[in-house]
Design a protein around this ligand. Structure first.
Ligand code: ACO
Length: 427
């Protein structure tokens, strides 16, 4: 591969450097394109555009590879745990035993959330969507932590990481408690991070909460699988907002909003709503497959297809196994989950889906597991956000430490050319 790309415009040739990543990904560096040629590139949806170089996550959509800091997702899901993976993503290396113990204890220092945050939650109607509430609460944390972190100061950055990991988990579960009308719960510093998620959600003052290790283990895995996915929509949003030097909480809050959309993290909720709609309609899976294939029908099979995984989603493979284990352990008998299995089988055998490489993605199975765990559908994307938090933090930190410039894309204007102002009486 040549290390120079040549572009010809109006008979004039321009040379641009070619960058090759550690996994041989090739990119043409067009930094000087506009300055030298006056032209820009256009790439709606950024299907061909790299926004940065990054050391965090590698994925190869064609081969179904996902790695965090060089470690395969399969290895991490099997051998590691969520906090360890969070540490790896954010600080670059797997922690030693002493480092992970310290990390967990340092997170515990920040698990109390300012009581005044409760006044903010009280302002929301109980029917408010938890993702909307979570985005607002995350942003509100800025008010209680106004000092913006000095990213070049390792100690300050480390404290900001611990604080964000601690408080985000608590407020995420508060969105559910509010919705249910339950008293807001506090983190128990004698228990683990993922165990605390289950407690914060489901433990009631009226009696002890019985932890199911199979469920905690599956949830830990799910969080690992969601922890980072390089420059996806929400992560790019976090980096973009952070590039203006907005604070960590404000940037994460914008990531939550981006994740909420049904074409991104909101898909896991959309999957369950789709399955429920199929059940309500009589359970005819083939009818919905036909709708998904009909180009005159906007319906899409939620939880199928992926922008980058055009072969298979490696996370979906791992999670399918976890889903089978959880369903078997909990002995769930749920007609909606039967529909999910039928739909998966029918779509995998269907020519339309096969020819377009449309496989079940991570959201298809995560929705199924969450439902079996008794987590309400509206909370599904909140769980995705908890899992994705370390990735957002890691990417924000990398962007700031690398001193990346403010994100500010260009455009090609296609509106009206200059025209005279028309007086209101003559319009
Ligand atoms: N159901 C039916 N047809 C589909 C689906 C689907 N879920 N997904 C893609 N297609 C078809 C398209 O109609 C198109 O067909 P054509 O070639 O005949 O025109 C072809 O497959 C390619 O689809 P694109 O929209 O070009 O694929 P893109 O990469 O832009 O979109 C996306 C990926 C948004 C994920 C899409 O597959 C989709 O909408 N899926 C459902 C929503 C979903 O599950 N999102 C979760 C993504 S994973 C995540 O965020 C963690």
């Amino acid at each position: 591969m040549s290390n120079i790309a040549i572009l010809e415009i109006d008979g004039k040739k321009y040379e641009f450097p070619v960058i090759v990543g550690t996994e041989n990904e090739v990119a043409i560096d067009i930094n000087k394109l506009r300055g030298e040629t006056g032209a820009i590139t256009i790439d709606p949806g950024y299907k061909n555009s790299g926004s940065c170089t990054s050391n965090i996550t590698f994925l190869d959509g064609e081969q179904g590879i996902l790695r965090y800091r060089g470690y395969s997702i399969e290895d991490l899901a099997e051998k590691s745990n969520f906090l360890e993976v969070a540490y790896l993503l954010i600080f670059g290396e797997l922690p030693t035993a002493a480092q992970i113990e310290k990390f967990e204890n340092d997170i515990r220092k920040y698990t109390l959330v300012n009581e005044e945050m409760k006044n903010i939650i009280d302002g929301f109607p109980r029917t408010a969507h938890p993702m909307g509430v979570l985005a607002s609460l995350t942003s509100a944390l800025t008010a209680f932590n106004p000092k913006s972190v000095n990213v070049d100061n390792e100690k300050e950055m480390y404290e900001a990481v611990c604080k964000t990991m601690a408080k985000f988990l608590v407020i995420a579960t508060w969105t559910y408690r509010k919705n249910m009308g339950y008293p807001l719960n506090y983190y128990d510093n004698t228990k683990g991070y993922v165990e605390n998620f289950m407690r914060l959600m489901f433990e009631l003052p009226t009696g002890p909460y019985k932890m199911n290790p199979v469920v905690v283990n599956a949830l830990d895995k799910l969080f690992i699988l969601h922890a980072d996915h390089e420059q996806n929509c929400s992560t790019s949003t976090v980096r973009m907002v952070g590039s203006s030097h907005a604070g960590l909480f404000a940037s994460i809050s914008s990531g939550v909003s981006a994740l909420w959309g049904p074409l991104h993290g909101g898909a896991n909720q959309a999957v369950l709503e789709m399955l429920e709609a199929i059940q309500k309609d009589g359970g005819d899976v083939e009818k919905f497959l036909a709708k998904a294939k009909d180009k005159n029908d906007p319906f899409r099979l939620m939880g199928f297809g992926h922008r980058v995984y055009k072969n298979f989603d490696p996370r979906a493979r791992i999670i399918k196994k976890a889903a089978d284990e959880v369903l078997a352990d909990l002995g769930v008998d749920d007609p909606v989950l039967d529909i999910a299995k039928k739909l998966e089988k029918a779509a995998l055998e269907d020519e339309y889906f096969k020819s377009r490489n449309l496989y079940p993605n991570v959201d298809f199975y995560s929705g199924i597991i969450y439902r079996a765990m008794g987590i309400p559908t509206e909370m599904f994307t909140v769980l995705f956000a908890i899992g994705r938090l370390p990735g957002w933090i890691a990417q924000w930190k990398e962007m700031r430490v690398n001193k990346e410039p403010i994100g500010r894309p260009r455009q090609v204007y296609t509106g009206s050319p200059l025209r005279d102002f028309t007086d209101i009486n003559n319009r």
